[in-house]
Design a protein around this ligand. Structure first.
Ligand SMILES: NC(=O)c1ccc[n+]([C@@H]2O[C@H](COP(=O)([O-])OP(=O)(O)OC[C@H]3O[C@@H](n4cnc5c(N)ncnc54)[C@H](O)[C@@H]3O)[C@@H](O)[C@H]2O)c1
Length: 257
């Protein structure tokens, strides 16, 4: 399949995890991919593995308005357009409500909510001028349900879904669709760090929380980054042009909301 032949795809958080899997998937389907990441070395390594003729690594902190704008400008200077944005970069911080974690709350809001807004904001005028484009935002099942210690993450990921609905209506008339992906659990560094924290707090063996997530999932396994990248690529493809403003779960059937 070459659904993205010569299209320009921007992926935030493209240096590892789901973002890197997206970069590999879009590149394998003919796209030129820009990997924006706060850890430039990871973005560079991911770009090297794809091939620097078809990819570029850009330092970007999505929570920084000017930095986000400059990063997109670098892509446009090099390739002249942006066809797809995968607003994927995000962080997780878990903390009990009764403890004082205002800094963690603010960080999650800055990155997961404001950063995702700034990512969409930066590409909007470009896609509107092109009269074409596609935006896929990485939300989470935490945007549709929640669990203890996740007030900040859930609030931000629910906010992502609300934002997507507004963006979908605003950019739809310009032939730009916008959807959210609500992932359950995929085996990445982020999920392993959540496991490490929860297991340490409870005095469990490392991996116990991951095993519990696996055993309680209807499909008895975690998701893979490749499965998530496949859904994101579908949503960004011409096959999904009429899907707009949706928040689609990929979670093995965990929440079925
Ligand atoms: N892994 C899961 O199970 C899971 C579940 C639901 C949702 N998600 C969401 O998927 C997205 C990717 O998660 P992942 O598991 O691949 O995480 P990860 O930690 O493995 O990778 C995240 C990437 O984003 C980058 N990043 C972090 N903050 C950034 C910033 N301010 N600016 C630019 N880049 C930044 C990191 O450097 C890293 O390369 C996140 O939005 C996350 O909330 C993940």
């Amino acid at each position: 399949m070459e659904r993205f032949k010569d299209k320009v795809v921007v992926i935030t958080g493209g240096g590892k995890g789901i973002g890197k899997a997206c970069a590999d998937r879009f590149a394998s389907e003919g796209a030129r991919v820009a990997l924006l990441d706060i850890v430039l070395a990871d973005a560079e390594a991911a770009s090297q593995s794809i091939g620097t003729d078809r990819s570029m690594a850009v330092y970007c902190n999505i929570a920084d308005h000017q930095c986000m704008h400059d990063s997109i400008q670098q892509v446009v200077d090099k390739w002249g357009r942006v066809d797809v944005l995968v607003a994927n970069a995000g962080i997780y911080r878990g903390f009990p409500l009764a403890e004082d974690h205002l800094k963690d709350w603010q960080l999650v809001m800055d990155v997961d909510l404001t950063g995702t807004y700034l990512s969409c904001h930066a590409v909007a005028p470009i896609m509107m001028a092109q009269k074409s484009g596609s935006i896929v935002v990485m939300s989470s099942i935490a945007g549709k349900t929640s669990w203890p210690d996740s007030a900040a993450y859930s609030a931000a990921k629910t906010g992502n879904i609300g934002m997507v609905r507004s963006v979908a209506q605003e950019l739809g008339p310009y032939n730009v669709n916008c959807n959210a992906v609500c992932l359950g659990h995929a085996d990445t560094e982020m999920l392993r760090s959540v496991d490490a924290r929860i297991c340490q707090e409870n005095g469990w063996e490392p991996g116990t929380y991951l095993k519990e997530l696996t055993d309680s999932n209807p499909m008895r396994r975690l998701g893979t980054v490749e499965e998530t990248a496949a859904l994101i690529a579908f949503l960004a493809s011409d096959e999904a042009r009429y899907i707009n403003g949706q928040a689609i779960e990929i979670d093995g059937g965990r929440i079925m909301s």
